[in-house]
Design a protein around this ligand. Sequence first.
Ligand code: NAD
Length: 318
Amino acid sequence: MMTYLVTGGAGFIGGHVARALLARGERVVAIDNFNDYYDPAIKRHNAARLREYDKFHMIEGDIRDVALVDRLFAKRGITHVAHLAAMAGVRESVRQPRLYLDVNLTGALNLLEAGRAADIKQFVLASTSSVYGRTKILPFVETDSADRPLAAYPASKRAAELLAHTYHNLFGMQVTALRFFNVYGPAGRPDMMPWRLLEATQSGERIKLFNGGDIHRDWTYIADTVTGVLAALDRPLGFEIINLGCGAPISLKDFVELIEKFTGKTIDKVSVATPASDPPITYCDNRKARELLGFAPAISVEDGLRRTWDWFRDYRGL
Ligand SMILES: NC(=O)c1ccc[n+]([C@@H]2O[C@H](COP(=O)([O-])OP(=O)(O)OC[C@H]3O[C@@H](n4cnc5c(N)ncnc54)[C@H](O)[C@@H]3O)[C@@H](O)[C@H]2O)c1
């Protein structure tokens, strides 16, 4: 009997991954501490939707709690882990490096330790395109050493990848680290650009654009990301680090224009300098994901933004 643990299961990607697993009939346990990095009501809403499934169990708890994590693996018979819980904001990590390292590195350690004791079949670790920093190698490719992180967040994620390798080496744990690229879509994160821009079309709030919007991001629609995560859970590969992104970066300026087009509103924008924590571009070479996971991102940024806007309208009752 297989049981999937989705950490951060009340969050954006975790909520979608948990639902996709439940929809195909799996048993899913989620753990989340419902912290207030962004409005926890959104996480409560995500968790409530998951509770509609019989095979779902939600644990409100912290991955830094070693006893809780150990008990959870022993009691629930966990066989597969999608480790998505994290503190995920780049700029907030500049202000709170200790918290980021505690949750993202020590938290990962707790899950790897418990996973080893439980002899799990597959461990999928959420990593990030931001480990590539300001690399000159474009598109971003896994063979890049990715050893110049720009902030504590990517440093903590890169460190977790390295630690995960240790568990593969010493104990033969099957680990796939997925480097997500700028994931967006329905029930997305309110601290990220897509949601903030959609909000701004309603509130009129002024939005700061780094370098006048002349930065590029490789936006990846949530459904494509979820398909990749499930493929990684289904295919133990030894130890692999795999980019999971659309592979079609667009400028922030064009991204904003798309949102203005769909919403019929003009956003009040102001240019600010790009902070030292943020790269000028994210750009995914996804050939490895295509080869090893059968990954084939299907939703263009135009399509994805239109779907996100449809969801937002419904969510806000517009
Ligand atoms: N969204 C993106 O574009 C993106 C890009 C790259 C990587 N990632 C990674 O993907 C994963 C999911 O990101 P997301 O966008 O869904 O973010 P999210 O913040 O919506 O989800 C993370 C969840 O983890 C939970 N969490 C945080 N600390 C915890 C703790 N100590 N104990 C238990 N739960 C805790 C949060 O409450 C939240 O619900 C993260 O690991 C993130 O770093 C996301």
